[in-house]
Ligand binder design. Structure first.
Ligand SMILES: [Zn+2]
Length: 394
């Protein structure tokens, strides 16, 4: 039995360009040392995985299998490659230190000598980038990759407070009273099955002038659902809310904020705009109210900073000889940072819990009790999503 391989220097470790022996004729073995019977990779496998990623991104029906399969297989592949590159390089170094030769090396003209390591790395990099983009588009609250969402108000003076996972008989009535005390309007993203169970409460939320949105019927992770299942979830919730309040909601928030390429188009087909947030303080966590109050500090900080900027802008405008129209155009096409400072927050809190009714959200109440008067004194106006959007159109 003869066995020989050639190694090439590469940033990720030695690449075995060629390894022929009697049992493994002419195999391509990337990244490190592989004996007979060990795992051997072939660039074709990575191309298949990269293809799955692309098909998944295009979003053909039943795409979720491609997506799910690709993420799992892709991460296994990536992990395996990474382990092997590290492991292989380590074994090489150890062999060198001990003065042993890791494999019987012999050079010669061989059909596999011109293996290009980029055959492995380019698809792997594409795969990792595609997985990263997918994760960003699906999870990041302000990502617009999978469709347009509303994630801020159009004036730093306007704060849109939103509540998810209700209605909740244990908390929502108290919350409505608290909001009324500060003349605050908010938007409630209701779960359909709870809206059916507590139709009176849903009706009262609407009657008190708050906005109502769709938060699906049973609060599933829509990322893994087929288009027909997503539509069913949205439609059932639409019906439950329409029945309770007399009007279908115009806004939708995906559970946990998870979106797939289908979610936003399906919601807008039912007449709902998708609403995300700028701040998610994590009021569902079992932490003291003081912790939650601290986590809501960015609202006040952002408002103060924006109001200070507002005061400074006129002086800058005079200095630069800019007109009001010029400024409006500039801010319309301005940098994201500038746009962000000229917009207000959408705060995402929870008056319910998606698992069951009567969840304890007294910390959320306590934190609002603390902040509502302070926000009001800062000069913030509490608006519904309807109002926030109406102002931007005007
Ligand atoms: Zn939720």
């Amino acid at each position: 039995m003869k066995s020989y391989a050639t190694f090439r220097r590469h940033p990720l470790g030695e690449v075995v360009a060629r390894m022929n022996d009697d049992r493994h004729p002419a195999q391509v073995v990337p990244f490190g040392r592989f004996g007979a019977g060990q795992w051997t990779g072939h660039p074709i496998g990575l191309f298949i995985v990269a293809g799955f990623v692309l098909i998944g991104l295009i979003g053909i029906p039943e795409w979720r299998w491609f997506f799910g399969g690709t993420v799992i297989v892709g991460s296994l592949f990536g992990y395996s490659l990474w382990r092997r590159s590290i492991h292989g390089a380590r074994r090489m170094r150890r062999a060198a230190r001990l003065g042993r030769r890791p494999l019987q090396l012999r050079c010669g003209a061989c059909e596999n000598e011109r293996v290009n390591p980029w055959l492995i790395e380019a698809p792997a990099a594409a795969m990792i980038a595609a997985a990263g983009m997918t994760a960003y588009g699906a999870v990041y609250p302000r990502a617009q990759l999978f469709g347009p969402t509303i994630c801020r108000t159009h004036s730093p003076r306007q704060l849109a407070i939103t509540f998810d996972d209700g209605p909740n008989p244990a908390i929502t009535p108290k919350l409505l009273d608290l909001l009324e005390r500060y003349h605050a309007k908010a938007t409630f993203f209701l779960i359909g099955r709870f809206a059916r169970e507590c139709a009176d409460l849903a009706r009262e939320i609407a009657a008190r002038g708050h906005g109502i949105g769709n938060h699906t019927d049973t609060h599933p992770n829509l990322f893994w659902l087929a288009p027909s299942q997503i539509t069913a979830e949205l439609r059932l919730c639409q019906e439950a809310i329409s029945k309770a309040t007399g009007a279908p909601p115009k806004w939708f928030r995906p559970p946990w904020g998870y979106r797939s390429p289908q979610v936003i188009p399906l919601a807008s087909a039912l007449g709902c705009g998708t609403v995300m947030w700028t701040l998610l303080p994590g009021d569902w966590k079992e932490k003291p109210a003081e912790w939650l109050i601290r986590r809501m500090q960015p609202i006040a900080t952002h408002a103060q900073r924006s109001f200070n900027n507002e005061k400074q802008i006129p002086r800058a405008k005079i200095a630069l000889g800019m007109t009001a129209e010029g400024e409006a155009q500039r801010s319309a096409s301005g940098s994201p940072k500038r746009a962000a400072s000229a917009s207000g927050d959408i705060l995402c809190l929870h008056d319910g819990w998606h698992r069951q009714l009567d969840a304890d959200r007294t910390r959320t109440l306590a934190a609002l009790e603390h902040w509502l008067p302070r926000w009001r004194d800062l000069g913030l106006e509490f608006v519904t999503i309807d109002e926030a959007v109406r102002y931007s159109a005007a």
